[in-house]
Design a protein around this ligand. Structure first.
Ligand code: DGL
Length: 256
């Protein structure tokens, strides 16, 4: 692999843009190819084997066509289902996954009350159980699935009234009861404004995007593959629709 090769970033749709914006901020001199599989989103309600197959197929294109020096799985669901298989298939590449930021929550709020909002797949996979066991004595964790939220964000309604109605229903029982809410799906930071309004300032909102970007930089530096060129971002999507590309660009430039 060469320094000049791209960093591939993958998600089931537009959610991974929330990680991409941290990557670009941290390493502006790199070239990125972002691929969102919006034609098959959401992944989070599918059988695990299907998520694995979709992720492997997308990775195959990114690894061989481009080629990529690193693959960032900017999707908690795809990471839970496929990171092990990907590392076996591409042992010579840097593969960085993302998991719900429970460690950050436990570090900031010792013995605190923490909610983890994530997809069905993420919450039911063994990887999440292992994570829970690591922190079970450090904080009290509530698992919060959010069916329907990814679809709203995919259609650009992350901070619209329908999202507010859905989130009020999901988060209503937790108002005043959480020190932190972990946004355990990369789509959810795009609804952070609404989530913050519902839960109020006493609940911190945490996500793994920045940590994933730092881990990517660490791995590239370790391999001597950090590039400080003129940089650039190419956005690809499996949905043949210009709207999804313009939504992706808009989200990339949105400040949280
Ligand atoms: N963005 C993905 C994640 O981080 C999941 C979205 C989906 O269900 O497709 O989990």
């Amino acid at each position: 692999m060469n320094k000049e090769d791209v960093i591939a970033v993958f998600d089931s749709g537009v959610g991974g843009i929330s990680v991409l914006r941290h990557l670009v901020r941290l390493m502006p001199g790199e070239r990125y190819v972002y691929f969102g599989d919006s034609a098959n989103a959401p992944y989070g309600t599918r059988p695990t084997e299907q998520v694995r197959q979709l992720t492997m197929a997308a990775a195959e294109k990114l690894m061989t066509g481009t080629p990529a020096k690193a693959l960032v799985l900017a999707c908690n669901t795809a990471t839970a289902a496929a990171v092990t298989a990907l590392r076996e298939r591409y042992p010579d590449r840097i593969i960085v996954g993302i998991e719900p930021a429970l460690k950050v929550a436990a570090d900031h709020f010792p013995h605190g009350r923490v909610g983890v909002m994530a997809t069905e797949v993420t919450l039911r996979e063994e990887k999440f159980d292992t994570l829970l066991h690591r922190f079970e004595n450090a904080c009290t964790v509530a698992k919060i699935p959010a069916p329907g939220l990814v679809e709203l964000i995919e259609s650009g309604k992350g901070n619209g009234p329908e999202t507010r109605t859905l989130l009020e229903k999901i988060l209503g029982p937790y108002v005043g009861k959480l020190d932190a809410l972990v946004l355990g799906c990369t789509h959810y930071p795009f609804a952070a404004g609404t989530i913050g309004k519902i839960l109020g300032p006493e609940t911190a909102l945490l996500d793994g995007g920045e940590g994933t970007a730092r881990e990517t930089r660490r791995r590239l530096a370790q391999a001597g593959l950090l590039e400080e060129g003129s940089g650039g971002v190419e956005i690809l999507n499996s949905l043949n629709d210009p709207k999804v590309l313009s939504l992706s660009r808009k989200l990339l430039n949105e400040e949280r």
